[in-house]
Every structure is written in structure tokens, then in C-alpha cells.
Write a new protein. Structure first.
Length: 390
């Protein structure tokens, strides 16, 4: 059993909350996408309403155990303060005497944001002493960083072993939707998998094949599957070492797996590329696939139209270049209008849905790319497993 925030007495308590504020910054250190900050608001607001003392901790980027000035959480504190219309005190460290003094003097409804956890290599090592120093800051631990629960770090596992622990509203929501699609989906259940690499999705395909009615494959990974069928894919991205596995998966999923039957192809991956549609499934030499073709779009729509449950992880083309975005865009717009459960995996798929302005048309958009993939693989996620054991 995992405890919820609503199971805890929070008034006047120091509540240490692991959030996922790993947001993209531009060269001027301005946040370009604040979705992860906004996703944490329900938990933070609830804690404030319950008169808790809120201590937030997160990582940002990959500083690899060193202080990197460009990866300080200062812009995050500013944006969070704007969203809450409340002062958020950002500290210059996440452990140590000065941090402990500030936390000791907090009043109910105060908010403190600790500095980037990954400025310490001990964070990713789940170091016992580092975990203890973090845990000493709080009386209760709340895990609300779904994007990090697939990592056994100090702030996801170590602290949870030392304090009374519960999951926040965001994590609760993520678990609810992923459990539903994996254990009690309404049928027909259709999965869409895209993205660049087959290697990222092998475990997902194996776990989903017995559960789904149809599995639609697009994106760069589709060319490895087509190669496994003996199709000429020109200069398209390939994982030759995965062709044999792709062939095996096609046999396992015979009658369920659908690959593109035509393509948008280009002479290079650039906005200035020459592009054309193929007549059939073959791609000529000197050209590479950059999106699913028009007939594939219509075929995928026909299958999706009957779905009662859809899970989508990975774009169907290189959507970041507008000329290569049509397949991903049309399928996203089509799904948006369907009356069914629609769960979007995090990372690039979530970015694509946001790019097309369709966020409010989906049942759930995950905040975790790697975590959502591992959940779909059926793996145990350490940051959730520790809450279950507690």
C-alpha cells in the first residue's frame, strides 16, 4: 500500500518533497517549457493549504557531481513563485549547516527550494550519508517526481527509507493511468510506438504484445522492422544489430503489429531537404525515411478509430522539422477527437502533443519519458517500490 498525502497529518510539519523541475533552459537561462513545474502545483498548493513547511528538492540537467552555474535552480524558483504568487526561497546548497538553519526557522506555509541535488555525485550513488543529511531536513517525505522514480537515487529511495513517506498527487495520477492501461484496459487496446531506436522499445513491445489488440509502429525504429521483413529502406536510420530481434518480435506479434506501408522521404535531415512521398514501402538508395506516408496515416487512423484505450510513446517522424511532422500531427489530431482513454508517454511524445496544442484533449500526458517507458516495460520502479514497502 502506498500512502497518499491525504493520509498524513501535515500541519506545522516540515515536508520534504521530491519534485521534477528538470526543465529546459535557453542560452539566457530562461525556461522554455514549464510543464513539469505546473504539474507539481496541486501537491504544493495542498501542502500550503494544510499549513505545512514545504521543502522542495530536484535535479536539473547533468552536472555530474560538480557545481555548474548554468544549472542552478534559480530560474525555477522564480517561475514557481510567479505561478504560486508567493515568495519561494531558493537556497545555494541542498545540505549543510546553513541549509539546516534556514529549514529550522521555517514557518507554516513557507516554501524553500534546495539547490540542484546532482551538484553532489552522492545523489546518483544513493549514498547513505547524503540521504541522511537530506532526510534530516524533513519530518515527512513526499515523492512527486515521476520523471525520476526509475532511478535509485538518494532523493528517490534513500530518503524514503528514512522518513514516513507518501506519494504526491502527480505521482498518484501517473500510477493510476499506467496501472489502468497495463492491468484493466478497455478493448480494443491500441499502442503506438515511435521514436528513433528499436533498442529503447524492445521491453515495451514484449510487455505490451499480450495485452494489446493492435500495435502501430512508426518513427526511426520502423525501418529496422522493415529491414527485418526484407524491405529496402535506403539510407534510413537502422540498428542492424537489432534486425534479428525485430524479426522475432514480428513473428510474436503476427496479426497485431502494423508497420508503415509508405513514407515521406528526404535527401537529408534538414529544413532545406528535398522531400517526396514513396509509392510503396520501399525507400530508394540516397533517400531516408523521415515520416510515415499518407496511406500509412489513413491506415493507422482506421485502426485507431475503433480503440477504447490508446497508449502512445514515441513520435512517428522527425516532428521538430515542420516538413517532417505531418504524420505525428495528423495522428495526434485524430486521437484528440476520439472518445476513449488516451495516455501519452512523456519525453518527445509529450513535446509533440504540446507543439500541436492538443494537451487538453488527452486523458493523461506523462511527465516522465524514461520512467513511462520502464513502466510500460513492466519493470519495478525503485522510487515507487520503496513507497510500497514503507
Amino acid at each position: 500500500m502506498i500512502y497518499s498525502l491525504k493520509d498524513l497529518e501535515l500541519k506545522n510539519k516540515r515536508v520534504l518533497v521530491r519534485v521534477d523541475f528538470n526543465v529546459p533552459l535557453d542560452k539566457d537561462l530562461k525556461i522554455t517549457d514549464d510543464r513539469r513545474i505546473r504539474a507539481s502545483l496541486p501537491t504544493i498548493i495542498y501542502l500550503l493549504q494544510k499549513e505545512a513547511k514545504v521543502i522542495l528538492m530536484s535535479h536539473l540537467g547533468r552536472p555530474k557531481g560538480k557545481v555548474v552555474e548554468e544549472l542552478r535552480l534559480t530560474p525555477v524558483a522564480k517561475r514557481l513563485g510567479e505561478l504560486l504568487n508567493k515568495k519561494v526561497l531558493k537556497l545555494d546548497d541542498c545540505i549543510g549547516k546553513e541549509v539546516e538553519e534556514v529549514v529550522e526557522n521555517m514557518q507554516p506555509q513557507d516554501i524553500v527550494l534546495l539547490e540542484n541535488l546532482r551538484f553532489y555525485k552522492q545523489e546518483t550513488e544513493n549514498d547513505a550519508e547524503f540521504s541522511r543529511q537530506l532526510a534530516n531536513l524533513g519530518e515527512i517525505f513526499v515523492q512527486d517526481a515521476f520523471g525520476s522514480v526509475h532511478r535509485a537515487h538518494s532523493s528517490t529511495v534513500g530518503v524514503a527509507q528514512l522518513l514516513p513517506s507518501a506519494c504526491g498527487f502527480l505521482l498518484e495520477k501517473e500510477i493510476k493511468f499506467f496501472q489502468q492501461i497495463l492491468t484493466t484496459p478497455h478493448h480494443p487496446f491500441v499502442a503506438i510506438l515511435g521514436g528513433a531506436k528499436v533498442s529503447d522499445k524492445i521491453g515495451v513491445i514484449r510487455n505490451l504484445l499480450p495485452k494489446v489488440d493492435n500495435l502501430l509502429i512508426g518513427g526511426g525504429m520502423s525501418y529496422t522492422f522493415l529491414k527485418a521483413k526484407g524491405v529496402d529502406v535506403g539510407d534510413s536510420r537502422l540498428e542492424l544489430e537489432k534486425v534479428e530481434i525485430a524479426s522475432s518480435l514480428l513473428k510474436e506479434g503476427e496479426g497485431k503489429i502494423f508497420l508503415p506501408s509508405d513514407h515521406l522521404i528526404a535527401d537529408k535531415v534538414a529544413p532545406t531537404a528535398q522531400i517526396k512521398n514513396t509509392e510503396g514501402v520501399e525507400i530508394p538508395s540516397g533517400w531516408l525515411g523521415v515520416d510515415i506516408g499518407k496511406r500509412s496515416i489513413e491506415r493507422f487512423k482506421k485502426i485507431l478509430k475503433e480503440a477504447k484505450t490508446i497508449v502512445w510513446n514515441g513520435p512517428l517522424g522527425i516532428f521538430e522539422i515542420p516538413a517532417f511532422a505531418q504524420g505525428t500531427k495528423e495522428i495526434a489530431e485524430f486521437i484528440a477527437e476520439l472518445d476513449c482513454l488516451k495516455v501519452i508517454g512523456g519525453g518527445d511524445t509529450a513535446a509533440a502533443i504540446a507543439c500541436f496544442g492538443l494537451e487538453d484533449k488527452m486523458s493523461h500526458i506523462s511527465t516522465g519519458g524514461g520512467a513511462s517507458l520502464e513502466y510500460l516495460e513492466g519493470k519495478e520502479l525503485p522510487g515507487i517500490a520503496v513507497l510500497e514497502r514503507r
